[in-house]
Unconditional design. Structure first.
Length: 312
């Protein structure tokens, strides 16, 4: 009797992520005066090319791809596209990025998309109407017809495998925090984080985009990943600051102050909104004295990149 062929090598053996990620306590006056302890879960340090929740959400998806080309979706400045392209370069598989906005097809690539292209990603630009329907059978059939045998990963990497991968984040926080908080874009990290926590711990999601759709998305992802609701979680939706990648002078001033006090560069799309929300909640008395709050640092600020003149 012959043994089955070996499966694909595990990504952690190939890429050597730094796990579990560092959990560091920071002493911040806004929390201390309420008797609350603040910890930062430094997922931004997991891997230089696949930091934070990008590693956790992609790892099982890439193993399931088993070396096939990966096709995924994102906007012109998508961290998810960049992480997927970097993984393709490091592991030697093809990548296709379906990019929102067909008007970008004839312009020089911005620094984010230029990095994707440099890592070997094939960029396919679609109009916004088509992009909104990206999960429809018709659009997916057209993409599969064009690009062949590919592994499709949704925008932001959030699917059942991503949620399952993010349960490790919750397990790493077992016994270390009473509340584990994370900024949310598509809901996959929160779905897995909550499922991985111990009874008595709770997960808090801070959406960075409005619309009120994330509760349904997290519930859907948990059904697909775990068969039903998993863990104690809630959303705090007051801190979108106008929408995805938008900011205000108040948020910028807060992020600058946090950087100055703690020497931690604050990523502005997700992490700044998370830390602002936790500070405001502490000030409102939302956390009882003695509560240990862990904020997940899902990424670092982008390194400065030169504008690229690469075109198609």
């Amino acid at each position: 009797m012959t043994s089955p062929p070996p499966g694909p090598p595990r990504l952690d053996a190939l890429l050597r992520p730094r796990l579990p990620s560092l959990l560091q306590e920071v002493h911040d006056e806004g929390f201390a005066r309420r008797g609350v302890r603040l910890f930062l879960k430094r997922d931004d340090l997991i891997h230089p090319d696949l930091p934070g929740n990008k590693w956790r959400k992609l790892a099982l998806n890439l193993e399931a791809a088993a070396g096939r080309t990966v096709l995924t979706f994102g906007g012109a400045y998508s961290n998810h596209l960049r992480a997927t392209a970097a993984a393709g370069r490091l592991l030697g598989f093809g990548t296709v990025g379906v990019v929102r906005g067909d008007e970008l097809a004839h312009r020089p690539l911005n620094p984010s998309l230029a990095r994707c292209a440099a890592d070997g990603m094939r960029l396919h630009f679609v109009d916004r109407t088509t992009y909104r329907a990206k999960a429809s059978p018709e659009v997916l059939a057209g993409l599969l017809s064009r690009f062949g045998d590919v592994k499709v990963i949704p925008e932001g990497g959030s699917n059942a495998l991503a949620a399952q991968g993010c349960t490790a984040l919750g397990r790493e926080l077992a016994g270390e925090a009473d509340v584990a908080a994370v900024a949310c874009g598509t809901g996959g990290t929160l779905a897995g984080l909550a499922a991985g926590l111990d009874p008595g711990q709770r997960a808090l999601g801070v959406p960075v985009v409005g619309g009120g759709f994330l509760a349904g998305e997290v519930a859907r992802l948990q059904r697909e990943a775990f068969g039903g609701p998993a863990g104690d979680w809630a959303l705090e939706e007051r801190f979108t600051f106008g929408g995805y990648a938008r900011t205000t002078p108040e948020l910028d001033a807060f992020a600058d102050g946090f950087e100055d006090r703690h020497g931690l560069p604050v990523e502005r799309v997700y992490v700044a909104k998370l830390l602002f929300a936790l500070t405001a909640l502490a000030d409102e008395g939302a956390f009882a004295p003695g509560t240990r709050v862990a904020g997940v640092i899902t990424g670092a600020p982008d390194a400065p990149l030169q504008e690229s003149s690469v075109s198609r």
